[in-house]
Ligand binder design. Structure first.
Ligand code: GRF
Length: 202
């Protein structure tokens, strides 16, 4: 069976990238890892695994559109069937998102549609939520609003801090993101075959 070719975009720590690498899914080939920050720690995981890396520093570009167009060119060199945002901390422009429609996914640390945007753990605690979690979703033009592929729920404990909750959510991210990519690979590369959100109660 032909492997699913993916390109992973990162900006920093890269723990989700590491989880995807470590699962070593036989159906998936990580063609490249691209970072918009030269100092992104996650690049080391790619290097260690012998995966091609590219750095495209957004600071070298005058506008968002120029950066996005260079990024698109860089991603397309690898001709991936799926583009995976793993802690990629840049809003992507409409043209970029449209170009990868149906094959651009992100992981977001909340139970979407709740808590789009930043500081999700803090906001979930402050809102008095009993549970929190993460969502893997398609990226569309509206921030964190694309169709949900997989979610995992994490209870919020009475003594949780932002950090303790973030750590438990992250543990689940590392299980769910590789699983979502596997689903994509198994669906014969047709995202419409698994568009029903699945909830996992880990
Ligand atoms: C994760 O919490 C992910 O949900 C969010 O950014 C963080 C990335 O962490 N989108 P890492 O770089 O994968 O460790």
């Amino acid at each position: 069976m032909k492997k699913l070719s993916i390109v992973v975009l990162i900006s920093g720590r890269g723990s989700n990238l590491k989880a995807i690498i470590d699962v070593a899914n036989p159906l998936v080939n990580i063609s490249a890892v691209i970072s918009n920050r030269p100092e992104a720690a996650g690049l080391i995981y790619a290097d260690e695994a012998g995966i091609s890396t590219e750095v495209l520093d957004h600071k070298d570009f005058a506008t968002r559109l120029e950066f996005d167009s260079a990024l698109q060119e860089c991603v397309d060199k690898y001709d991936p069937q799926l583009v995976v945002l793993a802690g990629f901390m840049r809003i992507l422009s409409q043209g970029f998102v449209r170009h990868y429609k149906g094959r651009l996914i992100n992981i977001h640390p909340s139970l979407l549609p709740k808590f789009k945007g930043l500081d999700t753990h803090k906001r979930a605690i402050e809102a008095g939520e009993k549970e929190h979690g993460l969502s893997v979703h398609f990226v569309t033009e509206e921030l964190d609003a694309g169709e949900v592929i997989l979610q995992a729920r994490v209870p919020i404990l009475a003594d949780d801090t932002e950090e303790s909750l973030a750590a438990r959510v992250l543990q689940q991210e590392h299980k769910i993101y590789p699983e979502a990519i596997q689903l994509f690979a198994e669906s014969g590369f047709r995202p419409d075959r698994f568009l029903k959100p699945v909830r996992s109660d880990n």
